[in-house]
Design a protein. Structure first.
Length: 361
C-alpha cells in the first residue's frame, strides 16, 4: 500500500524540483512550523535521501509573539527528527518601512539569503496555490500590471543584498539572469492548503497555526478569510484555481515582454553623449524614435529599467512615473523633464531620452 495521496502529491512536487538541481548542492527548506512548510520539509527529507541531495532546514524567529524562540526551537527539533542536516533557527529584528508584513518579509529574506549564501544552498519555500490566488487578488486591488498579476514564480533568484521582494516580484529574475544569485524554489504552487495540511498530518507532523494568519488587521488575512470566500459564494467553486491559472498564463506573457525589452536594452548605445549635461546618471541613452516604435507594453518596461539603472528605487517607481516618462517619448510638447523617486530626473534632449540628478538630489 502506497502513501496517502496527499503525501504522494507533495513528494512528487519536491522530486520534480530536485531533479533540476545539482546533486552536490545543499537544499534548505524554510519552515515556519505551519502545515505547508512542514509538509514540504517532510517531503524533502524523504526525496533527498533517495536522490542524493544534501538537505537541511531553517526556521526564522521574527520575535513578534511571546514564546517565539521556544516555537522556533520546536521547529528545529522537528526538522532534525526528519533527518535533515544542518538545521537551525535565525532570530531577526523586524523593522523598516512598508508596514509589518513587508518588514517581516524583508527581514526573513535577508536571513534566508545569508544562510543560503553561507551554505551555497537552494532554498525551498512552502507557498501554495491558495497563496498564489491571494497574491493575484492583491495585485488586482493595487491596479498593478501583468507582472504583478502573474503572481509568484515557481523559481526565482535573488542577489544577497536585495531587500525582500514585493509580491509583484520586481526583484525576482529567471535563471538566465542569475549570475551568482541565490536560488529559490516554490514546489507547492500547484497544490492547495487542504492538500498540504492533509499531507503533514499523514506524515505524523503537528502543524502550528500562527495567530497572525487569523488577524484581520493584515490585508492578506482579509483576502483569505473574506474576499476569496465571498467570490467562491458568488461565482461558484474553483476561484482560487482559476486565479492561479491566470497567474501562470500572465507570467508567460510577462516573461516574453520582458525578454523583448531586454533585447532592446542590450542594443542601446553605451558611452558618452555630447548632448548630456554634467552629472548625468547613466551611460545608456535611448533614441526617442526607436522607443516610440515599440509596443507600449515593451516600451514602458524599457523606461522602467532605464530609470532603475539611473538610481530610481524599484519599490518607489510607480506606474504614474513610467507614464510621465512615456509622454516624453510619445506625447512630447516641449515639457522639460520628469522627476522620479531617488532624486532622478528623466529628460529629453536632441531626440534622446537621458537621466540626470533632480534638484532634490
Amino acid at each position: 500500500m502506497g502513501p496517502d495521496p496527499a503525501v504522494a502529491a507533495v513528494r512528487l512536487a519536491v522530486r520534480t524540483v530536485l531533479s533540476g538541481l545539482p546533486v552536490s548542492g545543499m537544499v534548505l527548506v524554510a519552515c515556519s512550523g505551519g502545515a505547508d512548510s512542514l509538509a514540504l520539509a517532510g517531503a524533502l527529507a524523504f526525496e533527498a535521501a533517495r536522490s542524493g541531495h544534501p538537505a537541511g532546514g531553517i526556521t526564522i524567529d521574527h520575535g513578534l509573539q511571546e514564546g517565539s524562540a521556544e516555537r522556533a526551537e520546536q521547529v528545529v527539533q522537528t526538522l532534525r527528527g526528519l533527518g535533515l542536516d544542518p538545521v537551525g533557527s535565525v532570530a531577526v529584528t523586524v523593522s523598516g518601512q512598508g508596514g509589518p508584513e513587508a518588514a517581516a518579509r524583508a527581514a526573513r529574506y535577508a536571513a534566508l539569503d545569508a544562510t543560503a549564501l553561507r551554505l551555497n544552498a537552494t532554498v525551498l519555500l512552502g507557498h501554495t496555490l491558495n497563496d498564489q490566488a491571494e497574491t493575484v487578488l492583491l495585485g488586482l486591488a493595487r491596479g498593478s500590471g501583468a507582472r504583478s498579476l502573474a503572481g509568484m514564480p515557481a523559481a526565482f533568484e535573488r542577489r544577497p543584498s536585495e531587500q525582500g521582494p514585493s509580491e509583484q516580484g520586481p526583484s525576482e529574475r529567471g535563471p538566465s539572469e542569475r549570475g551568482g544569485q541565490i536560488r529559490y524554489r516554490r514546489p507547492l504552487l500547484e497544490l492547495d492548503r487542504a492538500m498540504t495540511r492533509r499531507a503533514a498530518l499523514a506524515m505524523g507532523l503537528n502543524p502550528w497555526d500562527d495567530p497572525h494568519n487569523e488577524d484581520p488587521a493584515y490585508t492578506r488575512v482579509r483576502v483569505r478569510h473574506l474576499a476569496l470566500p465571498a467570490l467562491e459564494e458568488t461565482l461558484g467553486p474553483g476561484v482560487a484555481e482559476a486565479l492561479a491559472r491566470t497567474a501562470r498564463l500572465l507570467r508567460d506573457d510577462a516573461d516574453a515582454l520582458d525578454a523583448w525589452a531586454a533585447t532592446f536594452l542590450a542594443d542601446l548605445e553605451v558611452g558618452h553623449v555630447s548632448e548630456a549635461p554634467e552629472g548625468w546618471l547613466t551611460s545608456r541613452s535611448a533614441e526617442v524614435g526607436g522607443l516610440a516604435e515599440l509596443p507600449r507594453a515593451v516600451r514602458t518596461r524599457v523606461l522602467r529599467r532605464l530609470a532603475i539603472e539611473a538610481g530610481s528605487p524599484p519599490g518607489a517607481l510607480a506606474a504614474t512615473h513610467v507614464d510621465e516618462m512615456d509622454r516624453l517619448v510619445t506625447a512630447w510638447h516641449g515639457q522639460r523633464h520628469v522627476d522620479l523617486p531617488g532624486g532622478v530626473r528623466a529628460f529629453r534632449r536632441c531626440g534622446r531620452l537621458l537621466f540626470g540628478p533632480s534638484e532634490s538630489r
